[in-house]
Design a protein around this ligand. Structure first.
Ligand code: PRX
Length: 651
């Protein structure tokens, strides 16, 4: 096996073919693979024309002349919000778009007609603030209906949005706003989380004071806990939409105009602004949403239990489902509030048929125990999905047994912020699944596992995952940094896309994604760069140097472990440990708070000064140490090992 630096201990032979009845009624069939195999550009072009409503149909398809800056359908014109809303209204305006459930127990049912009216009123409100085509808008909100409304209103007026996850800090807003030069920030006074208020507006006040490009802040009243509103700068959402018309002309957008930026971690401290454009992205998410989730819009109640602040929410709570005229559930809070059966009670109440969640959540459900789902009638479910990280076969089997009642196919979907939509996944009516394998590339996508030299590995071997042909929903570049786009994704193996994941291909040609091969961790299904946390630690006056790794963790997949060397004059103490954890949470957000911090006199480094995180991972996971011959300071390893052994998880 090629050295991916990733351990592969999985050997899984159980096979779960779709039932005959599921297969007989399935949306996607073998014919989709056959058509795409024959001509993948023609296949995607047909999806684009049939699934989308165009103001001007494209005559162009894939343009490879300026690779890797590929374009799709470049002379087409459309509007994304028109595709999500207007075209459904004549015959399906009364249909529910979202059954929204607030964490405290309040609910809202929003039809397509109501959603369209709210989007148009807000779009007019945005225009009244001087926001128009090409202006960047930052969004920092909780999971309230106004979040998709804000995104769709931006899409309607051609203003690219940049959603910042509501769990991030003011610094994260400032970085992203500065990078994109956003003019407007949309937020809520606060968000509900486990019965307490997350002070979103306070964080925005901090950001507004520092991000010079921001002119206004629009604020949804949600928690009503009393916030400062700065005269002339801050506007309540309800005041902005008051008296606005429910008609708003959709901007005519080119297929390759920017729809949104979404920032994701890379191997440096600076997050990458991933660029998604209109037509290719919408083609990708609409097609995959229909095929992978076997969507029957007339009868399904679909629930993607992610946060809209991540790409999963963009593609599979907002753009894919609405394009497909889906009825969705959207939930504001956490799965354990007020009790650990919240998800199951919502499924029973709304008759949810399709559930899409993350392995980290499934492992938590497993830990809490089957008595929670057993309290509720989950018989409406017919399909389950997972995304965000490799799922352990044990968690897969638990999901299959206790949530799916051994009846529901599971689609394990591999994709990334950069890919826009699902790339590797079973098609539920076609593919026999194996617990822990994302199985095969979907129709129109070509994946391969290669060795360090870029050659395909034989079946049964491991190596690096690559995507060998462009696809419509692919990122177009990194905002403001084309060179970084080329270097990160297209230089490792020229001509093919390198996602940064290790993978294995088994004897049956099934793909097993094994995890990241770069210095990016996957914590609870979210990518976090080791470098970002190291920078945050080093910004504390007591810290001289820091190295961060993802340590194996039963619950979150990887837990953040930091190794810290202090500056002269500072002493190791429990207080400092707590302070450093809090410092990282403040700089980046609670999701980045290290679970363990280990003080150490020095860090293991190569002769060229590069920190050997691989060794730290070995120490942390109590594995035999790999190659230490390139180490400049071998004695430090012993000191760190001793130190690590004396620390229990100090959470
Ligand atoms: O390492 C892979 C892992 O998550 C990374 C992408 O993270 P992000 O851009 O935050 O998007 C997450 C949601 C799409 C990938 O490079 N990953 C995602 N899904 C899977 C996965 N690893 C294994 N199996 C999956 N199903």
């Amino acid at each position: 096996m090629a050295d991916t630096g990733i351990e592969n201990l999985l050997h899984e032979n159980r096979l779960f073919p779709p039932s005959a009845s599921f297969a007989a009624a399935a949306v996607a069939t073998q014919a989709d693979y056959d058509e795409a195999d024959a001509d993948y550009v023609a296949y995607w072009t047909r999806q684009a024309k049939e699934r989308l409503t165009w103001f001007k149909e494209p005559t162009e398809t894939l343009d490879e002349s300026n690779a890797p800056f590929y374009t799709w359908f470049a002379d087409g014109e459309l509007n994304v919000s028109y595709n999500c809303l207007d075209r459904h209204l004549a015959t399906g305006g009364d249909k529910v778009a979202y059954h929204w459930v607030g964490e405290p127990g309040d609910t809202r049912t929003i039809t397509y007609q109501q959603l369209s009216d709210e989007v148009n009123r807000f779009a007019n409100g945005l225009r009244s603030l001087g926001v128009g085509k090409g202006d960047q808008v930052a969004i920092y909100m909780g999971m309230v209906p106004e979040l998709p409304i804000a995104m769709l209103a931006c899409a309607r007026i051609g203003a690219p949005h940049s959603v910042v996850f509501g769990g991030f800090s003011a610094d994260a807003i400032v970085d992203r706003v500065d990078d994109a030069q956003a003019k407007l920030l949309i937020t809520c006074d606060g968000a509900w989380r486990r019965g307490t208020v997350v002070p979103l507006k306070d964080n925005c006040d901090d950001a507004m004071a520092r991000a010079a490009s921001l002119e206004h802040c629009v604020v949804v009243k949600r928690t009503d806990h009393g916030v400062d509103m700065k005269e002339g700068r801050d506007i309540w959402w309800h005041d902005l939409v008051e008296g606005q018309s429910t008609d708003a002309e959709p901007e005519v957008m080119n297929a390759e105009d920017l729809l949104y930026l979404l920032y994701t971690s890379g191997t440096t401290a600076k997050p990458k602004g991933i660029m998604h454009t209109t037509a290719g992205y919408l083609t990708g998410v609409a097609t995959t949403h229909a095929q992978v989730f076997d969507l029957k819009p007339e009868s399904d109640v679909y629930w993607c239990a992610a946060d809209v602040g991540w790409v999963t929410g963009h593609s599979y709570i907002v753009y894919g489902p609405l394009t497909n005229h889906t009825t969705s559930v959207m939930y504001e809070g956490t799965p354990d509030f007020p009790d650990k059966d919240r998800l199951w009670s919502i499924i029973a109440e709304y008759g949810v048929t399709i559930l899409y969640t993350a392995p980290t959540a499934i492992r938590a459900f497993m830990k809490w125990g089957s008595q929670y789902p057993e309290r509720h009638d989950l018989s409406s479910l017919r399909l389950l999905g997972t995304v965000g990280e490799p799922i352990n076969p044990e968690a897969w089997m638990w999901y299959h047994t206790y949530i799916g009642a051994e009846r529901c196919p599971i689609v394990d979907t591999w994709w990334q912020t950069e890919t826009g939509g699902i790339m590797i996944s079973p098609l539920p009516g076609v593919t026999a699944t194996k617990p822990g394998s994302a199985t095969k590339a979907i129709p129109g996508i070509s994946a391969d596992v290669v060795d360090g030299g870029g050659n395909s590995v034989p079946l049964g071997n491991g190596g690096f995952l690559t995507i060998t042909k462009p696809w419509p929903a692919m990122l177009r570049s990194i905002f403001g940094d084309d060179q970084r786009y080329i270097d990160t994704y297209w230089s490792e193996y020229p001509g093919v896309y390198f996602p940064g994941d290790g993978a294995k291909i088994d004897e049956d040609g099934y793909l097993w994604v094994l995890g990241r091969v770069d210095d990016v961790m996957n914590v609870s299904g979210h990518r976090i760069s080791t470098m970002e946390i190291e920078s945050a630690l080093v910004s504390h006056p007591a810290v001289a140097e820091a190295a961060v790794i993802g340590a194996t963790d039963d619950l979150s997949g990887q837990a953040i472990a930091a190794f810290v060397t202090l500056r002269g004059g500072f002493d190791e103490s429990d207080e400092l440990l707590v302070e450093l954890k809090g410092h990282v949470a403040e700089k980046i957000g609670a999701i980045a708070r290290p679970k363990t911090i280990i003080f150490t006199p020095d860090l293991p480094k190569t002769r060229s000064g590069k920190i050997m995180r691989r060794l730290l991972r070995d120490i942390s996971d109590k594995r035999a140490l790999g190659d230490v011959t390139t180490l400049a300071n071998a004695d430090v390893v012993e000191a760190i090992t001793e130190q690590a052994a004396s620390y229990a998880d100090d959470d």
